[in-house]
Structures are given as C-alpha cells and as structure tokens.
Design a protein around this ligand. Structure first.
Ligand SMILES: *Cc1c(COP(=O)(O)O)cnc(C)c1O
Length: 419
C-alpha cells in the first residue's frame, strides 16, 4: 500500500468509526493530514516506553525534547541536500555573532567538542599531526593540565587524542606545572571541588601561551553563560546542545578563538582520516542546533525560572495532605542545572516507603515517570537532598505533565502512609 492508499484507508476507517461521534469529515481530513505529517509512531511500533521526564537533562533519558520551532527546523532541513562544508561554515559564523565570540562550530555534543578542542590545540600549527593522532603523538605536545578535583567521567573525550593529564591542586603547583609538552588546560565548570578560580586559571595559562578549555556542558541557564566564559578569556568553551538549550541531543557547541575553531574543524567530519570523523553532525542537527540557540536566546532567565517554580508549586500543592511531608524549592549550588527543583522530604517511619522505592514505583507505573536521580542521595549535585528526600526535576516536563507527576506521587505516598 502506498502512502496515499494508507491515508485513504485510514480515512475510510475513521469515517466509519467516528461518524457517530460528531466528527465532521473536514476534521477527519485534517486529522489524517496531521497524522501523515507527524509520521508513524516508531516508539509504539518498536514497543519502546515513552516516559515523563521529571528528572532533568540526563543523557540516558534522552536529555531534552526540542521545542516545536526547533523540531520544525529539523524536519525542514531534512528535505534538502546541501554542501556540508558550506553549512558548517555558515552555521559557525551565525553562532559566533549570536554568542558574542570570535568563532563557533556545531559539534556532535559536548563530549565531541572536548575531543575536537584537544585535537585543535595539538594540531593548530601542525597539520600532519591530524593523521598521526592518537597513536603517534610522541613528537607532539600532549600534556593537559587539570585540577585534581576536575578529573571526571568526560576525561576520556580528551584522552581520545592520545593526551595525558597533569594534575594540580594549588595555584603554586599550577604555575610550575607548565612544560614544553603542555598543550592545553581543562576546566570543569560545574566542578564541586578545586581551589583555583577561573580567572587565575586563564591568567596563568595565558602567561605560558597555552590555550584553556572550559567544559560548561550543562551550564545554561543562565543564558549569558553562552558568552560569559569566552569573554572571561577561555580560548575554547564546550556546551551540550541537547541539555538546557533543548537542541538535538547529538549536537553541541564549541566556541572560542578563530584559529582553534578552524583547527577543530579540520579534525572533524566530513574530513576523513581525522579523530573527529566518527563524530559526524548531520545537516538536520546543525540546523537544529542553530534553531535551538535562536529559541534559547528568545527566552529569559526570569521567565524560565518563574515557569519552573510554578510547576514545582503546583506539584507541592497536591501533596499537602501527605503526613510529615515538607516541600521546598531549591536551585543547585554548583554551576550545572541551575534551575528550580522540587524537594519533598518526609518521615519514612510514618510514610512507609523510601524515596528510592517511590522512584522505582513511579518508573513501573503508567505512564512511566522518571524522578531526579538525586532522589534519596545526600547533597546530590549541589541540592540539599538526603536519604529521606524525593527530588523532582521539573524543567524538562511538557506543559501539564506536572499534574500527572503530582497525581502519581500522591497515590503512591498516600498508600504508603496507610500501610
Ligand atoms: C553532559 C556533559 C557532557 C557531555 O555532553 P554531550 O552533549 O552529551 O556530549 C560533557 N561534560 C559535562 C560536564 C556534561 O555534563
């Protein structure tokens, strides 16, 4: 059956099935056209559970959904081939203007931006090094200086280039860590540990002519962070596209110095024989990332915060009757995910189900709900949580979903209070 026949078939069926329900055929035509434009529901076809995201921008939960304007831009970009180099260049120039930096590129996510940033620093004056990386780096500068408290699970993205880390703790150690093999420094913007400030970090690196990278992947809002760190002097700054900016999940931004962005581009797809060849960003994601930046810049920090607080308050209001339950709204004290979260604390002697069990129960339910993974954890990710606290991340909910989350929490907690 071709598409038109499928559509007619659907219309015939729908007309028959719904004629008695007061649906006019014009409405049905519109519904069928809409369904065709929307495409088949492949989650349903594949039997994949759609979830309500009351967690936040977690990678394994697909991080975010794109706002309608971004979805539309992606769908439209999919309709036409273009020259990839031309699209990359135009997108980069546009983003650099919007984000007040010298140069910009769309990457396949923040982790990819870290790899390309490292490759850029290693090859900026040496194009043959692009081919030699990551196995033949003995002739290259390959030491990356980092604060001990900034070692993290994304180190691998930097190590992909064949680098090794040199750890420092104090400013004095940092000042004396530079050698002729130092190629770059990395700063983990949302780190909970580390005593060297951003300003000192940049100043000392620059006194040695070494570029500094800042990984600020999850650190918008505030919106101004998109230019704060480049303007502070970081030579390269990485952002995830699919987190707070709600672009495609496999997109990200690398912002910064023109010569380094050009070098990063040379190490990237579609250029073969590069460390970045497997980090291809398709036309849909490049356009989607640009559209997401446009969308994000059209928002305001105060507007977003007010909306997230309203959602949290709406959930809390439904849970007033749960014995011993106290609610509060908190914003993480680290630089990542700086948006209101709802914290629900209760006496597990009275409401006989631990927050971690409540989280599992909501996951098992229909619709399946994911609570924030800091639920039941002590001071998770800069939030004042503990083993008796449920954490609800409200910022990735679709409008109205906060009421579904509230209803499920109420059901589960009321039952536990009766047990
Ligand atoms: C999420 C994250 C990344 C990876 O971002 P992707 O866009 O998924 O590649 C890197 N660094 C930090 C600090 C992050 O939070």
């Amino acid at each position: 059956m071709n598409r038109e026949q499928t559509r007619r078939g659907f219309l015939g069926w729908a007309n028959g099935a719904l004629a008695g329900l007061g649906f006019g055929s014009t409405k049905l035509e519109a519904a069928a056209t809409h369904a065709a434009a929307e495409g088949e529901d492949y989650y349903e076809k594949l039997g994949v559970t759609k979830i309500i995201n009351a967690a936040g921008t977690y990678t394994a939960l697909t991080a975010s959904t794109m706002p309608p304007s971004v979805q539309a831009a992606v769908a439209r970009a999919a309709k036409h081939p273009v020259r990839l180099h031309e699209l990359q260049k135009a997108a980069g120039e546009y983003l650099a203007r919007q984000l007040k930096c010298e140069a910009a590129m769309v990457t396949a996510g923040a982790a990819s931006a870290l790899t390309l940033a490292t490759a850029a620093a290693m090859t900026v004056g040496n194009k043959t090094a692009i081919h030699n990386m990551p196995t033949e780096v003995s002739g290259l500068k390959n030491e990356v200086i980092v604060q001990k408290g900034h070692r993290y699970e994304y180190d691998h993205a930097i190590r992909n280039c064949g680098t090794r880390f040199v750890e420092v703790v104090t400013l004095a150690e940092y000042e004396s860590a530079f050698t002729e093999r130092t190629v770059m420094t990395n700063f983990f913007n949302a780190a909970e540990h580390g005593e060297i400030s951003r300003e000192d970090w940049v100043r000392v690196a620059h006194s040695h002519n070494v570029p500094c990278l800042n990984d600020a992947a999850a650190d918008v809002p505030p919106i101004s962070n998109l230019w704060n760190y480049t303007q502070m002097g970081f030579d390269l700054v990485a952002f995830s596209g699919g987190k707070g900016m709600r672009g495609p999940q496999n997109a990200g931004l690398l912002l910064g110095r023109k010569d380094l962005i050009e070098a990063a581009t040379r190490n990237n797809s579609p250029n073969s024989d590069t460390v970045g060849r497997g980090m291809k960003v398709a036309k849909e994601q490049i356009v989607g990332m640009v559209a997401a930046v446009d969308w994000f810049l059209s928002q305001s920090d105060s507007g977003m915060e007010a909306e997230f607080r309203r959602r949290a308050e709406r959930i809390a209001a439904q849970l007033k009757s749960i014995p011993t339950l106290e609610s509060r709204i908190a914003i993480p004290t680290v630089a990542a995910n700086v948006v209101p979260h709802l914290l629900l604390r209760y006496d597990t002697q009275r409401v006989k189900m631990s927050p971690v069990e409540v989280m599992a129960e909501l996951r098992r339910g229909t619709p399946s709900i994911e609570l924030n993974p800091n639920t039941g954890k002590k001071n998770g990710a800069g939030l004042p949580s503990d083993e008796s606290t449920i954490v609800v991340g409200v910022w990735m909910l679709e409008p109205g979903e906060e009421l579904i989350v509230a209803r499920r929490l109420k059901e589960v907690l009321e039952k536990a209070a009766r047990a």
